[in-house]
Ligand binder design. Structure first.
Ligand code: NAD
Length: 359
């Protein structure tokens, strides 16, 4: 089965193919383009688990030069970029070459960013291999790296030539990595789709049958991208849970790192609290969101200092002269507005999260 989706940024069409059974679309793309060289950006896990599946279905990526990065968030850094640029130069990679990003959100963000600035831009495609990257990071053309542990401080909008989603890759994903995608799935549900919220609240994850869920999430992301490709207004609702989520992710990065999707889930609980305190989300819905979100994860032993997290929120890239910004919702599945959050309210929302984690 093949599902085809697409979106436009800068008048350029980006096609997204969800292929559950084979690799026909990827093969056809590579055959049609005649790239001089193909560079495969991957990590230890995707080389071990995903590349063999591709090789069984097509031989052309055999010829690719492989660049391997460490499988961790800290690979999204300037230091890694410099190393990769040097390798690309040594390999004499020119604008007639292609970068294939085979990995989770870290590889898609890093490889997309590299492709966007190397020689002022060379072609890249995404082959997302985690659930989170299939439903979110590979879609929408945002690329980014971190700076001093602060999330996504340097980046670009850059269209991949296409995105090839193959749910078969999910078979080898660890349970924790698979589950972490639920941070982003809950975000989609809470800003836009009450039915999705109902269904994910009731149904446990079944990794063998995720195509429909992936397609639903991609549709929601495309809906927001098409309203606001460059993140000026509507697209910012996709950041529900992320102001506090990114601050928590940065806070834990120098301790025991938590996964991006887990940080977003924690951020959702705090930002739902703010949606109740400063907006129209009722107390019953706040309780339901909190329970549903925390029940999806194992946050046992997660402890933090609210002021320490607040310091990281001061670096959020949505901030402006008025202060720290959060997207709020007014009900489950209903977005509300972007709001400036003062220090006191932000700390209070973190204390709420702490009290719920301690329960
Ligand atoms: N650009 C965007 O729009 C966007 C959106 C959401 C998230 N992101 C970014 O995505 C990143 C998180 O992505 P992620 O959750 O995919 O994490 P990740 O890329 O770190 O991958 C998680 C782990 O899974 C391993 N892995 C990947 N595929 C595998 C497979 N098929 N089998 C076994 N192991 C596999 C990786 O090696 C890694 O250890 C964050 O940096 C976040 O900021 C970007």
């Amino acid at each position: 089965m093949i599902l085809e989706k697409s979106y436009k940024i800068n008048n350029e069409l980006v096609e997204v193919f969800i292929e559950s059974d084979d690799f026909n679309k990827l093969n056809a793309f590579l055959n049609s383009k005649n790239y001089h060289k193909i560079i495969l950006l991957a990590d230890e896990n995707t080389l071990k688990h995903c590349l063999p599946i591709i090789d069984q279905n097509y031989c052309m990526l055999h010829k690719a030069e492989i660049i391997e990065v460490d499988p961790q968030e800290s690979s999204k850094s300037l230091e890694y970029c410099v190393q990769i640029f040097n390798t690309l130069q040594e390999l004499q990679v020119n604008k007639d070459c292609l970068i294939v990003n085979l990995g989770g959100g870290v590889i898609c963000d890093l490889g997309g960013f590299i492709a966007s600035i190397y020689k002022r831009g060379i072609d890249c495609i995404h082959l997302p291999t985690t659930l989170l990257s299939m439903i979110d990071a590979s879609i929408g053309s945002k690329t980014a790296i971190n700076l001093n542990d602060q999330k996504n401080q340097i980046g670009s909008f850059y269209n991949a030539k296409a995105v090839f989603v193959h749910p078969i890759f999910l078979q080898s994903l660890s349970e924790r990595t698979l589950k972490s995608a639920f941070g982003e799935i809950l975000k989609y549900a809470l800003i836009h789709d009450i039915d999705l919220f109902d269904s994910i609240s009731k149904t446990p994850i079944n990794r063998t049958d995720l195509t429909e869920l992936i397609a639903t999430c991609i549709d929601i992301k495309i809906h927001f991208i098409e309203l606001d490709p460059f993140d000026q207004k509507e697209r910012r609702f996709l950041n529900f849970g992320h102001t506090i989520g990114h601050a928590l992710e940065a806070y834990f990065s120098s301790k025991t790192p938590i996964y991006h999707g887990e940080a977003v889930a924690l951020g959702i609980v705090s930002e739902a609290y703010l949606s109740n305190k400063l907006g129209k989300l009722n107390a019953e819905e706040l309780k339901l969101i909190t329970e549903t979100t925390l029940n999806k994860f194992n946050f046992k032993g997660v402890k933090f200092n609210a002021s320490g997290v607040y310091k990281h929120a001061l670096q959020d890239k949505k901030n402006d002269k008025t202060g720290i910004k959060c997207a709020l919702i007014k009900g489950i599945g209903i977005k509300d507005r972007l709001e400036t959050i003062n220090k006191e309210d932000l700390l209070e929302s973190l204390e709420y999260l702490k009290s719920m984690l301690d329960k």
